[in-house]
Design a protein around this ligand. Sequence first.
Ligand SMILES: Cc1cc2nc3c(=O)[nH]c(=O)nc-3n(C[C@H](O)[C@H](O)[C@H](O)COP(=O)(O)OP(=O)(O)OC[C@H]3O[C@@H](n4cnc5c(N)ncnc54)[C@H](O)[C@@H]3O)c2cc1C
Length: 418
Amino acid sequence: MKRYSALALARQAIAGHDGWPQAWRSPEPKPRYGVVIIGGGGHGLATAYYLAKKHGIRDVAVIEKGWIGGGNSGRNTTIVRSDYFYAASAAFFEHSLKLYEGLSRELNFNIMLSQRGSLTLSHSRHEADFQRRVVNAMRLNGIDGEMMTRDQVREFCPILNFAPDARFPIHGGMIQRRAGTVRHDAVVWGYARAADALGVDIIQNCEVTGFRRDPATGAVTGVETTRGEIACDRVGLATAGHSTVVAERAGFRLPLTSYALQAFVSEPLKPVLDTVIGSSVINSYASQSDKGGIVAGGGIDAFPSYAQRGSPATAEKVIAGLVELIPSFSRIRLLRQWAGIVDYARDSSPIIGPSPVPGIFLNCGWGGGGFKAIPGGGDVFAHLIATGTPHPLTRAFGLHRFREAALVDEAAAAGIEH
Ligand SMILES: Cc1cc2nc3c(=O)[nH]c(=O)nc-3n(C[C@H](O)[C@H](O)[C@H](O)COP(=O)(O)OP(=O)(O)OC[C@H]3O[C@@H](n4cnc5c(N)ncnc54)[C@H](O)[C@@H]3O)c2cc1C
C-alpha cells in the first residue's frame, strides 16, 4: 500500500494524478478462508482489519451483498460520542471514541474527525435533573460531560429558539465537548484500504444465502453465496438491519426488530452551526457538514420494515422538530432524504457474542447508534472471533442477557438515540 502524504500528493499533482494505486483489490472469492465476515459495513471491515492487524489472522474474506458502505455505515448522520449512562456502555463507547481520535493516523486515511461537541437540550427542570444524572455518571466513568444553563446554551449556539413563547422553551442542556462528527465514507474506505493491504479479501456483489454445518456437531463449515460456496472455520455476522434474515438462514432467531431510520440534508449554507444539537423531547437533531449542508435526523419509523425509504409521517415530524429548534431553518430547502434499516433489541443495546451455532459470532443490534461504535466494535469483535471468548468490554452485551433478565436499557437511561 502506498502511503498517503503531502509529498505523495505533490508528486501526483505534478504527474496529473495518474499514478494513484487502487485503494483495494476486487479479488475472486477463494474456495476456503479461515474467517468469513458477512457484511461490508464499518463493523465488518473494522473487524477484518483488527483480525489481521492485532491477531495476525489474515486469511479473511469480507462478503458484501452490495457495495461496501452501501448499508447504514454510508447512510448515517455521522455523529460520534460516548455520553452513555451505564458503566458497561460508557466503557465500550469511550473505547471506541478514543480509537476514533487516533484513527486517521492509524489508517493513514483522513477520516475528518471534527470534535465540535454534542449538545443535548433540556426543556424543563425535570429534564435537566435527568441530564444531571447522566453527566454525573459520565464523570464517574471518566468521560467528559458538562451541564449548561440556558444562558450558556445561548452563548454557545445563538441560532437556537430562545423565544419566550417557544413551544419547547430551552431550559439548558448537557454537552460532551469531545463528541462530534466523522466522515462516514472515509471510515469505511479507510478500514477497507488498510484491511486489503494486510491481505483481507473484500468481495462485493456477493450475497450470503445459506450456511453449511457439520451434521455431527452443528458447527459452521462454510457459507453459500451467490458466487458459490466458500468453506471456512469461523463466521462473523455484521449485517445490521438484515441480521435477523441472515440468522434465520443459519437456523436461529435473534431478539431484534428492524425499522427504517431516516436522514435529511439541506442545500449548502455558509457556516451557521458549529456543534451537534439535539433534543430528546422533540426527537430531532442536526449538525452542519463540511460542505455546508444541514444534516438532520430523528426517531425511527413507528413500524418494522425492510424498505429503505422511510415514511413521510416521520419525515414531517423530524423536520417540524428541527424548525422548532432553529426557526430560521424554515427557509432552507431540503436537498435529499434517505433511510437505512436499523436493528433494535428491546434494550437498545448491541449484541456482541457467540451465537447458538458453534463458529458463528454476532455483531448486531446497533440500532441508530452504531456508527460511533465502529472502531470499538471491530476491535472487540475481532477479539471474540480470534479467541472465542468475549472481550472484557462486551461481557454485558451477549445473548445471555435476554435469558438472564440483565438488559442494559441505555435508551431509557440516557434518552438519546443517534
Ligand atoms: C439514517 C441513519 C442515521 C444514523 N445516524 C447515526 C449517528 O449519527 N451516529 C451513530 O453512531 N450511528 C448512526 N446510525 C447507525 C449506524 O449507521 C449503524 O449502527 C452502523 O453503520 C452499523 O454498521 P454495520 O457495519 O453494522 O452495518 P452496515 O453498514 O449496514 O453494514 C451491513 C452490511 O451487510 C450487508 N449484508 C446484509 N445482508 C447480507 C448478506 N446476506 N450477505 C452479504 N452481505 C449482507 C449489507 O449490504 C450492508 O452493507 C444511523 C443509521 C441511520 C440509518
